[in-house]
Design a protein around this ligand. Structure first.
Ligand SMILES: [Zn+2]
Length: 346
């Protein structure tokens, strides 16, 4: 009975609901778009939802990231963990798999289930950066997994359903990612909460459509919207597929094959740098916290260690069990690297 109002829909019915309940989905990014997407898919009764997100909840997220509350921000809970707790309370029959990770070329195929031979049926983009979208596109094309692009900045948003190998891929439409810093981001230009909710809702609707209808064809479209003026536009992209496309035409996966190079990432607009180990490591949070407590005020939670290094350094460090560190209060990559080498190792 739980899904009665949904199975009543002629577009879904009981057969569609059954397909939805068996579906496996990877959602990359659990911020503003991801909150709405995850909430809607879990309420709709998707079978399995893997949530991958690298960040912790901060106070400035609460204006638009609807899965989180003040306690999450106060305790700086990783978003994937806070989301899973909330989603489990919403619908305990959905298997939600939280992963506190930075998604990169070295782990995205594993996250998509391609390594274990149990690939997800859909990947949904809830990220806020172009590099990850091109990486998602490579995996989607390589393994023939449909994916749903979503982007939102200011009062505008874009949603696109991509269905390789039949339809066009991201690189058929936008062959190259924008240069770093070229595009406006939420961190530098702001974002209206309802704009993100509308984009996330459109992505969730297309996901439910895709997952409940195994034979749905010709659903590739690019939707552009401006929630401030109320303008909305959708164009079919079914015929945008290009035979000479580097990804889906020539099957060269530049972003995936680049390997795990991005060990240092400046988190644009946030005055912070992320440092990620080149190889897989497992950090003992307890002994790290003991070591760090000699140098500054340190807290340990089940998911991370935080430390404030007092002036003259004046840095806030957050370290996760996978060896990833976020160094706040600097945009200097070399400085972040040396702090990382000193406290976590190279
Ligand atoms: Zn293509």
């Amino acid at each position: 009975m739980r899904y009665h109002r949904q199975t009543l829909l002629p577009q879904i019915g009981q057969a569609g609901q059954d397909r939805l309940s068996a579906a496996r989905v990877l959602l990359i990014g659990c911020g503003a778009l991801g909150s709405t997407i995850a909430d809607q898919l879990v309420r709709a009764g998707v079978g399995f939802l893997r949530l991958a997100d690298r960040d912790v909840v901060e106070e400035t997220n609460l204006q638009r990231q609807t899965l989180f509350d003040e306690a999450d921000a106060r305790e700086q809970v990783p978003k994937a963990i806070a989301a899973e707790k909330r989603l489990r309370a919403v619908n305990s029959s959905v298997k939600v798999n939280p992963r506190v990770v930075d998604v990169h070329a070295g782990n995205i195929e594993e996250l998509a289930g391609c390594i274990e031979g149990n690939a997800v049926q859909l990947i949904i983009d809830g990220t806020d950066n172009a590099q990850t979208r091109y990486l998602i596109n490579d995996v989607a094309v390589k393994h023939a997994i449909p994916w749903i692009y979503g982007a939102c900045v200011g009062v505008e948003g874009r949603v696109m359903v991509l269905r390789p190998p039949d339809g066009p891929c991201l690189r058929c439409i936008f062959p190259q990612p924008p240069a770093p810093g070229e595009l406006a981001t939420c961190d530098t230009s702001g974002v209206l909460g309802p704009a993100a909710v509308v984009v996330g809702a459109l992505q969730a609707a297309q996901a439910i459509r895709r997952l409940s209808h195994s034979h749905d064809k010709n659903i590739e479209q690019l939707t552009w919207l401006d929630v401030w003026s109320g303008r909305f536009r959708s164009n079919s992209i079914t015929f945008a597929k290009r035979e000479d496309c580097i990804a889906c035409g020539r099957r060269i996966f530049e972003f995936l094959d680049a390997g795990d190079r991005g060990a240092l990432t400046s988190l644009c607009g946030r005055n912070a740098v992320q440092v990620r180990p080149q190889t897989a490591v497992r950090i003992d949070l307890k002994s790290l916290a003991t070591k760090l407590s000699a140098c500054g005020s340190t807290q340990q939670t089940p998911h991370l260690v935080r430390c404030h290094l007092p002036p003259p350094q004046d840095l806030n460090l957050t370290i996760f069990p996978d060896g990833r560190m976020i160094v706040q209060n600097t945009e200097d990559l070399d400085r972040a690297r040396s702090v990382y080498a000193r406290w976590v190792g190279t």
